[in-house]
Write a protein that binds this ligand. Structure first.
Ligand code: AMP
Ligand code: GLY
Length: 422
């Protein structure tokens, strides 16, 4: 079967590596891909916002399944347009992608179907939001409703900070994503990411991970898309996984089906595990980046078969098989990330790192210029290593990083600290 994978990050490189293991895979195309996917698949230039162009490409190249990596094409309805043209896709419809595209939508679903989450209210007017914040007090969390590239959430430690956040969002700092605001209670506990594959009615627990969002060691500095991750998350025991499936994932599947917008694709739950058990912070309707780079190497099942089953609404598998080791990835970012990453700097020595035992170098934001490899984004490389335990995986990942010569890059030196402590 020929497959088209949409996206260009480390996530897509990891998905491509996993798909390549399937005996059922014919040709793998990646649009636009990156130098990592170019080594194992065929990168293609396609305007992904032009859905007809994607359909035409699939017909021309006999692509039978499209796998959508990032959220933007999902929210833009690419899956709807592919399916209307008779082409199968792994990913939710535009309506189902609201689980990521609108925080208010998800919170209302939680309320209706008794899914544990922080208590909240939705607002379209600053005055009403401010009155609610004054009534509730701090700490409190203020969120732009729509997609804001992970920046639309302000965890306010004081009422004044929350009031300023409301003005910021309604003032247009996040564009249309800030036309509505959700204000919710602050949740205490340990965060974990959990992923389930869904076929519209059934959900299959895939794997857990934890990421490090802050840019500097010790979880300090501004939030980023993620500076590193590891899988599994020690807090996600079998019991906790069963509970998350029962209390969060399955009611979401039922609720979406009941609303006539069944969810198909991968459901990524951001969880806060506190004393009262797991609570939903947010959903994403796609794979995490860099979480995917540490989950998929552990997967022993055929990912393509799972994607096909989800796309066909025929997910019969009841559990996945994951290796019991730890995978850990360190994001090697361009200096200046996240505010102003410096691109175009030269990277040398990734072959040495990739040749190390149990190490994979995922490309995230690189480009080739002749024989040279250049930085071409904020998060540039993901150095991923596996080990018998978190400490060994961490030691291998940093040993591999030390073989790479890239003066223009930096990374955190403490990825996995919580898992190692556990
Ligand atoms: P989100 O984009 O909704 O995942 O939020 C980004 C980050 O903000 C989360 O990963 C949490 O660290 C934090 N956060 C969001 N909502 C809450 C909450 N209700 N209580 C505490 N922290 C939160
Ligand atoms: N690493 C978080 C995300 O993919 O949204």
């Amino acid at each position: 079967m020929n497959v088209l994978l949409i996206g260009s990050g480390g996530r897509e490189h990891a998905i491509a590596i996993a798909l390549k293991k399937s005996p059922r895979l014919g040709k793998l195309f990646v649009a636009p891909g990156n130098p990592g996917t170019a080594d194992i698949a065929e990168n293609v230039v396609l305007k992904v916002t032009d859905h007809q162009a994607v359909v035409d490409f699939c017909r021309l190249m006999k692509v039978e399944l499209v796998v959508v990596g990032p959220e933007a094409p999902l929210v833009a309805g690419l899956v709807d347009d592919l399916e209307a043209a008779g082409i199968k896709a792994f990913g939710p419809s535009k309506a189902a992608a609201q689980l990521e595209g609108s925080k208010g939508f998800t919170k209302d679903l939680c309320r209706e179907f008794s899914i544990p989450t922080a208590d909240y209210e939705r607002f379209t007017q600053a005055d009403a939001a401010k009155a609610y914040v004054r009534k509730k007090g701090a700490p409190i969390v203020v969120k732009a409703d729509g997609l804001a590239a992970g920046k639309g959430v302000i965890v306010a430690t004081s009422v004044d900070e929350a009031l300023a956040a409301i003005d910021l969002i309604f003032g247009g700092a996040f564009g249309a994503a800030g036309a509505e605001v959700v204000v919710e209670d602050f949740l205490d506990g340990e965060e974990a990411s959990f992923f389930a594959l869904c076929d519209g009615t059934r959900a299959l627990a895939l794997a857990s991970a934890q990421d490090h969002k802050r840019v500097f060691d010790g979880d300090k500095g501004p939030n980023t898309g993620g500076m590193g991750a590891y899988s599994p998350a020690p807090i996600m025991t079998d019991e906790m996984t069963a509970r998350v499936m029962r209390e969060i994932i399955e009611p979401t599947m039922r609720g979406m089906a009941q609303r006539g917008i069944p969810f198909k694709g991968v459901l990524f739950a951001g969880l806060m595990i506190g004393e009262a058990g797991p609570k939903l912070i947010e959903f994403n309707t796609r794979f995490g980046d860099p979480e995917t780079q540490v989950m998929l190497p552990r997967l022993q099942d055929d990912l393509l078969e799972l994607f096909i089953a989800c796309a066909n609404g025929e997910l019969k598998t009841t559990h996945t098989h994951l290796s019991s080791d730890t995978a850990l990835t360190v994001v090697f970012a361009a200096k200046g990330y996240p505010e102003a990453p410096e691109t175009g700097t030269v990277i040398e020595g990734i072959e040495r790192a990739a040749a190390m035992e149990s190490v994979t170098v995922h490309h995230a934001g690189t480009r080739r210029e002749g024989l040279r490899l250049l930085a071409n984004g904020g998060r540039v490389l993901n150095i991923t290593a596996r080990g018998a335990n978190p400490a060994q995986a961490q030691q291998r990942a940093y040993a591999a990083i030390d073989l790479i010569n890239w003066p223009g890059g930096f990374c955190r030196r403490d990825i996995g600290w919580r898992a190692i402590k556990a």
